[in-house]
Each structure stands twice: as structure tokens, then as C-alpha cells.
Design a protein around this ligand. Structure first.
Ligand SMILES: [Zn+2]
Length: 90
């Protein structure tokens, strides 16, 4: 079952409630007992579009033997391409 974030517009009380998707949204605030609850849709969802999800594969020169490595400065992360030889040499 998904959890929903609720925010009371009367007292500001915020909490999560586990509900079935077919369940009616809550209205009554458990803190101030007023019918002022609002369900926060998507606000607490773990959808984060930060980070480099769209980097291009622009290391075309990999395999060039001139400078050795052909490695981009962004290498060194765990997502480095398999051919990346950044770090210790030899
Ligand atoms: Zn309240």
C-alpha cells in the first residue's frame, strides 16, 4: 500500500498515512480535529531528477594512443566506462 502525505491547513500538522489507492482521502486532522486536511500528491514521492542522467557518450577518442587513456575528467566515478584507465598507471 502506498503512503500519502497529508498536511493540515488549519494547524500545519503534517503526517503520512498508509492507505489503499482506492481509499478516500482523509479530511479530519488528528491533531486539531478540523476538516482541513489536504493530501499532498507527489510531494513526498521519491522521484528525484537530480544528477547526470543524460550525459552523452562523447568520449569518441577513447582508444586514441596519443595521450593514453582517452579518459574524460568525469571518470573516476563508479559509472566510468569500462575502458577508462583513470587512477593509477601501471
Ligand atoms: Zn490540524
Amino acid at each position: 500500500m502506498p503512503t500519502y502525505d497529508y498536511l493540515c491547513s488549519a494547524c500545519g500538522h503534517r503526517f503520512e498515512e498508509m492507505q489503499a489507492m482506492s481509499a478516500d482521502p482523509l479530511k479530519k486532522c488528528p491533531s486539531c480535529k478540523k476538516q482541513k486536511l489536504e493530501r499532498l500528491i507527489g510531494a513526498g514521492a521519491g522521484v528525484i531528477f537530480k544528477g547526470s542522467g543524460f550525459y552523452q557518450t562523447d568520449y569518441k577518442n577513447a582508444g586514441s594512443s596519443s595521450s593514453g587513456g582517452g579518459c574524460q575528467p568525469t571518470c573516476g566515478t563508479s559509472d566510468a566506462p569500462a575502458g577508462c584507465k583513470m587512477g593509477k598507471k601501471g
